[in-house]
Design a protein around this ligand. Structure first.
Ligand code: 6GP
Length: 838
């Protein structure tokens, strides 16, 4: 290990402006950054300049913690979680960092003293939307909790130049616009070009014998790409810990390929540079669907290889041996997107570091843990063997060898069971040959987990049944959680203030303490205040909807909300069938006693997923008819909020009365929006799917609106032969709803538009909308009645919040630490920077 340079003499006297937390210091620092980083003075400065000046002011305070944290980890060689994920849906950073540093109020005041408004400055931030939905947002919540719990961790992912597209709605339809989030600069990242690494792609392999006579393989790639890390600080809530999210950006290794350049092909050389940089250009916008594109596989090996090389660098820097890899690091695979880790770690250890197969395999298997996030067959990743071999010839060889040894073991355990061998093999040979990434992850890991109790059970019984029979000890369940810092404290200040006033503020990092609210559930004055807070939050969202959608929304109406990715299995169209039914009922009986409702939708559809796009169009078509019908004024409104992202989510959850969690049972692995709603006092209408099951157990059946088939009932109905037509014929209201769509009532008379959607429902209906329709509509009637009894509803709302303590991501992370990672907490003391030079 090379000694650190002695910087004692050069040690910069870190002056108070960089670290101080008093209003005076913060103001001085802010102006300093405006002048010397933005190079602006107030008359020329834009709101964005002010935002940047404030962001740098906050960043300085983070860096102080970051450096102390890095120094402590380096010195102590702390066991570290490497969280590998193709997605981190971080959301805006400024507000969240202010909360975690505990300086939100002070900064708000300091900014106000300068004549500025903190909310407006926060609006300037382009959010890093480097994820699609639940999987990416979960990774972001987990980073927050790991830092809060003082768990050494490194998030590893891709610095996509374009994150998830911005969704515009034109003529009721989704239009995708590229997300240029880096356009005005990103103050929350530090480039670390000195830690860049090379990643090989393509080409071929050659066998050779090394000097000690051992068989070795060398890989002659077609292309080499440089990965440059960009670090984002991840501050814990009121701790000194500040961990790192390290995102890799792809670059050509040299600005020009000199061989081509010298041959005179200047443009070809530049072309090569462009194609290298394509690797981290754009996030694939699919949620729960695998794309099977070569570029996607290239992205996966790119960030996996960069991250593993980085870990090996850190290991060496700390003076640890390769054999200590699994003591220093535990690698968590966030679904199969990084599953090629298994083969790449083997390759690095054998081909680049000279270990034997057995030594490398021992390290690999001890280091890797795998989380599965879906039961959707179309999301299970598999790569055509040819494509895989062309891009990663060496990895394919390694996978074949892993498979060979693995199947030997299976054969020994289950002789004469060729069917089982076929099912377990890492290679799918039923038609075109594919590499099965989930199988690679299962064989290469010591832990396999699902993300909610029901999901893990279904993995064991169905999707990963054969692996469960082989390795029952690897399986465990880790129910998801969400961070209360972002999804309560930051997004719902009114409720937070009331909670603090009632039970103190320690619940923010010990969410179980919300239990103490139960005592207040019957208290009329508490109920009144609670209700007023919800009304105020609904008023804010009503104003936003007035601006965005030009609609006058009654904040007294029941806000019935479904926000999440648009997907057939999530059944936004079941929600729509209920709206149409209610509309028909109100048209037929204008005196029907139902509370006024505002139906709110939000969510993106994958650009290539036509039915999902039709579902958006249907919501907007129904909105157009109902919102323009004078008879529906003050009774029903339908709103589609464009561009659902983290920032918009934070506006919506606090204003919801009813949370729609209506997936077909057995399809939603967990859900996390369900948790965010309930933590903000919304009551759930839902099926027994994913974490809904556990949420209902916690909040009590009487405070949850349950409907629909259970997972076993779903399987039974399908097995017995499901015919949606029977339901259509047997239920006049259902028939009327579907017919009205079909004849063009919600498409300006055009009977063609929604035909594919309705045809699919009537002929196939894979997600059993028609089977669940009646029960759903009946359940919605009970919701309407309950809402009319304000005391009753408010009591349910309070009890939902009081009993949701389990669903903090802090609890999830504690479970992972205890059962999987075995990573002790490492408390950080803020160091005097002068000492770090020693
Ligand atoms: C999602 C699941 O659909 C969702 O139910 C879960 O809450 C979330 O992961 C976090 O665990 N899965 C995905 O988004 C996905 O693409 C491959 O899985």
């Amino acid at each position: 290990m090379q000694p650190a340079a002695n910087l004692n003499h050069a040690a910069v006297q870190v002056e108070d402006d960089r670290t101080g937390l008093t209003p005076e210091t913060l103001k001085r620092a802010f102006l300093d950054n405006l002048f010397y980083i933005q190079g602006k003075f107030p008359r020329l400065a834009t709101q964005h300049d002010y935002y940047m000046a404030l962001a740098y002011t906050v960043r300085d305070r983070l860096l102080q913690r970051w450096i102390s944290t890095a120094a402590a980890y380096t010195e102590q060689g702390s066991r570290t979680v490497a969280y590998l994920s193709a997605e981190f849906l971080m959301g805006p950073q400024l507000g969240h960092n202010l909360v975690n540093l505990g300086i939100y109020d002070i900064v708000q005041q300091a900014v106000a003293d300068l004549g500025l408004n903190l909310d407006e400055l926060m609006e300037q931030e382009a959010e890093p939307g480097l994820g699609n939905g639940g999987l990416g947002r979960l990774a972001a919540c987990y980073l927050d909790s790991m830092a809060t719990l003082e768990v050494p961790s490194l998030g590893y992912g891709i610095r996509y130049e374009f994150g998830i597209f911005r969704q515009d709605i034109r003529n009721g339809q989704q239009v995708e616009v590229t997300d240029k989030w880096l356009r005005l600069g990103n103050p929350w990242e530090l480039p670390r070009p000195e830690w860049a690494v090379d990643v090989k792609l393509g080409g071929h392999t050659e066998a050779y014998t090394d000097r000690s006579g051992r068989y070795r393989v060398r890989w002659i790639p077609y292309q080499v790409i440089k990965g440059v890390p960009y670090d984002m600080p991840i501050a814990g809530y009121r701790t000194n810990t500040c961990n790192t999210l390290r995102l890799w950006s792809a670059q050509a290794p040299e600005a020009f390929d000199f061989e081509i350049f010298n041959s005179g092909d200047y443009l070809g050389a530049v072309q090569d540079k462009l194609s290298s940089e394509n690797l981290s250009k754009v996030l694939y916008p699919n949620d729960n669907i695998s794309q099977g594109k070569r570029l996607r596989l290239a992205q996966q090996i790119f960030f996996v290889s960069c991250s593993l090389q980085d870990m090996l660098r850190i290991l060496a820097r700390q003076g640890l041996a390769l054999s200590q890899f699994s003591q220093k690091f535990v690698i968590q695979l966030n679904d199969t997107h990084p599953a090629v880790t298994v083969a790449e770690l083997m390759r690095l250890l054998m081909d680049e570091h000279g270990l034997s197969w057995d030594a490398a395999w021992d390290i690999t298997q001890r280091s890797i843990a795998y989380t599965n996030h879906t039961l959707m067959p179309e999301a299970l990743e598999k790569w055509p063997v040819d494509m895989f071999g062309q891009l990663l010839p060496r990895h394919l060889e390694i996978i074949y060898e892993i498979n060979h040894r693995f199947l030997e073991q299976v054969r020994a355990r289950f002789p004469d069971d060729s069917d089982r061998l076929r099912r377990l093999s890492l290679i799918d040979e039923s038609g075109e040959r594919y590499v099965r990434m989930a199988h690679l992850a299962c064989v290469g890991s010591f832990s396999i987990n699902g993300v909610a109790a029901l999901h893990t059970e279904l993995l064991k019984q169905d999707v990963l049944k054969d692996f469960y029979e082989l390795y029952p000890e690897k399986f465990n369940s880790k129910t998801n959680g969400v961070t209360p810092r972002r999804f309560m404290v930051l997004s719902n200040p009114r409720q937070t203030e009331m909670l603090n006033r009632t039970i103190g503020d320690t619940w923010v990092s010990r969410l179980d303490e919300l239990k103490r609210l139960e005592a207040k559930a019957e208290d009329p004055s508490f109920q009144h205040d609670w209700h007023m807070i919800k009304q105020a939050n609904k008023g804010d969202l009503a104003n936003y909807m007035a601006k965005q959608n030009g609609l006058v929304i009654n904040p007294e109406s029941l806000f019935d909300v479904q926000v999440k990715r648009i997907h057939e299995y999530k059944r936004q169209h079941l929600n729509v069938l209920h709206i149409i039914t209610l509309y028909h009922r109100l048209k037929a009986s204008p005196n029907l006693e139902v509370p006024p409702r505002t139906f709110i939708f939000g969510g993106k559809a994958a650009p290539g997923y036509h039915v999902a796009k039709l579902m958006i169009r249907l919501v907007n078509g129904v909105a157009e008819v109902i919102n323009h019908d004078p008879a529906m004024r003050d009774r029903l409104k339908v709103v589609f909020l464009r561009n659902f992202n983290v920032r918009l989510a934070q506006r919506i959850y606090p204003a919801a009365d009813l949370s729609e969690q209506i997936s077909m049972a057995g399809k939603e692995a967990s859900g996390t929006g369900n948790m965010k709603f309930a933590l903000n006092g919304a009551v759930t209408i839902g099926t027994l799917d994913g974490a809904n099951v556990e949420i209902r157990d916690e909040v009590g059946a009487e405070n949850f609106f349950l409907f629909g088939l259970t997972a076993p009932e779903v399987y039974a109905l399908k097995a017995q032969g499901y015919n949606p037509w029977d339901y259509y014929q047997g239920d006049p209201e259902l028939k009327q709803a579907l017919d009205s769509i079909l004849v063009g009532t919600f498409s300006r008379g055009d009977g063609e538009v929604f035909k594919p959607l309705i045809d699919s429902l009537l002929n196939w209906d894979p997600y059993l909308l028609l089977a669940d329709y009646q029960d759903y509509v009946a359940c919605q009637e009970r919701v309407g009645q309950a809402f009319c009894d304000r005391t009753h509803w408010t009591r349910m709302s309070i009890l939902n919040v009081a009993r949701m303590g389990l669903f903090s991501s802090d609890r999830s992370i504690q479970d992972y630490c205890r059962d999987v990672w075995r990573t002790p907490a490492v408390p950080i003391e803020l160091t005097d920077h002068a000492q770090l030079g020693e």
